[in-house]
Design a protein around this ligand. Structure first.
Ligand code: NAD
Length: 322
């Protein structure tokens, strides 16, 4: 990849932004990064990213500013109150890769345009593994020209970039997709728990549903019970993977959009409620597929006494035929 996109400022070098900035620099782009957390800044510097001592310093000569921040309020505060838009040269392209409210994304586009800049919302799917391996999928919202300008940078950080439409369309695609995922993970979990109560083996349900109309990613890739899909987090005590608090966050954004749009979507709202409670409790550090435990009503500790009748544990102990 050439450095033809000029200088890139990268603000937010956390779990996702850090490796993304490293991949951009590794592809030959001149990247100047900044993060409020000194350890994130130091890790990026150690991996070959030039760093600045402030966000304003990072954007001074930038042609493109990429942000990868926790939430919409961080993006909007940086753009507006903290003076990032003012500090950038006119015509700078602001690409926000964070997952934020559609309304915040649109407000960010408006603020950038009012300051004489261009903007693109470009949230990602693929997680930390995808950020490290440069295999992320980007969902972009904004003008065709802005998308074309960002594309060489996106392709250095990911394997696919889809232009979804106008301002906010990238965020819209992200939350719609993750609403499907959250609802389907709960549905798959409920089906396995029903199977348990009916005396139907997990593997038997999997063998049928994975090649029948119940087939979906939550079943065939991230299967919430151990056994049928060896690589799924259920086989490693639900270590993420895609952490439940991130699913709770994305479903919260979907719920906001459902309410503000007056959309009737009881399953999406219920999934948001279930994941919010799960992420605030036993799911705080677990993969989102561990919600099967809430569905089953078992305690978090898999060795706990009430789990002795749990067929998943019998499988782990080799007492059932997988
Ligand atoms: P993170 O908390 O690891 O990183 C965010 C970074 O932003 C932190 O290092 C923080 O110090 C920094 N930051 C906050 N405010 C700042 C400011 N004003 N100036 C400079 N730096 C600032 O989070 P993450 O996991 O990297 O996620 C980033 C975004 O990507 C989120 O919106 C998240 O929803 C989204 N996302 C995450 C994943 C994932 O698997 N982690 C997957 C897809 C999307």
């Amino acid at each position: 990849m050439s450095g033809s996109s000029g200088r890139v400022a990268f603000i937010g070098l956390g779990h996702m932004g850090g490796p993304m900035a490293v991949n951009l620099a590794g592809a030959g782009h001149r990247v100047v990064g900044f993060d409020l957390a000194p350890e994130a800044l130091a890790a990026a510097a150690a991996a070959g990213v030039e760093t600045a001592s402030s966000a304003i310093g990072a954007v001074a000569d930038a042609d493109v500013v990429i942000t990868m921040l926790p939430a919409g309020r961080h993006v909007l505060a940086l753009y507006r109150e903290e003076g990032l838009l003012e500090a950038a040269r006119p015509g700078t392209l602001f690409v926000d890769c964070s997952t934020i409210d559609v309304a915040d994304a649109r407000a960010a586009h408006e603020a950038a345009a009012a300051a004489g800049h261009r903007a693109l919302d470009a949230p990602v799917s693929g997680g930390v593994t995808g950020a490290e391996a440069a295999t992320l999928t980007f969902m972009a919202g904004g003008g065709a020209e802005e998308f074309a300008r960002a594309e060489p940078l996106l392709s250095a950080m990911g394997k696919k970039a889809v232009h979804c439409g106008a301002a906010g369309a990238g965020q819209a695609a992200k939350i719609c997709n993750n609403m499907i995922l959250g609802v389907s993970m709960i549905a798959v979990s409920e089906a396995f728990v029903l199977a348990e109560s009916l005396g139907l083996d997990h593997q038997a349900l999997y063998d049928v549903a994975s090649t029948a109309s119940g087939q979906c990613w939550a079943l065939t890739v991230n299967c919430p019970v151990p056994g049928p899909v060896p690589a799924s987090p259920a086989n490693r005590d639900y270590r993420p993977g895609f952490a439940a608090p991130l699913m709770a966050k994305d479903l919260g954004l979907a719920a906001n959009a459902l309410r503000s749009g007056g959309v009737h979507a009881p399953l999406g709202l219920k999934a948001a409620e279930l994941y919010a409670a799960f992420a605030a409790g036993e799911g705080a550090e677990l993969d989102f597929s561990a919600i099967v435990r809430t569905v089953r009503g078992a305690p978090a500790d898999p060795t706990g006494p009430t789990d002795r009748t749990d067929p998943t544990e019998r499988e782990q102990n080799g007492t059932t035929t997988p």
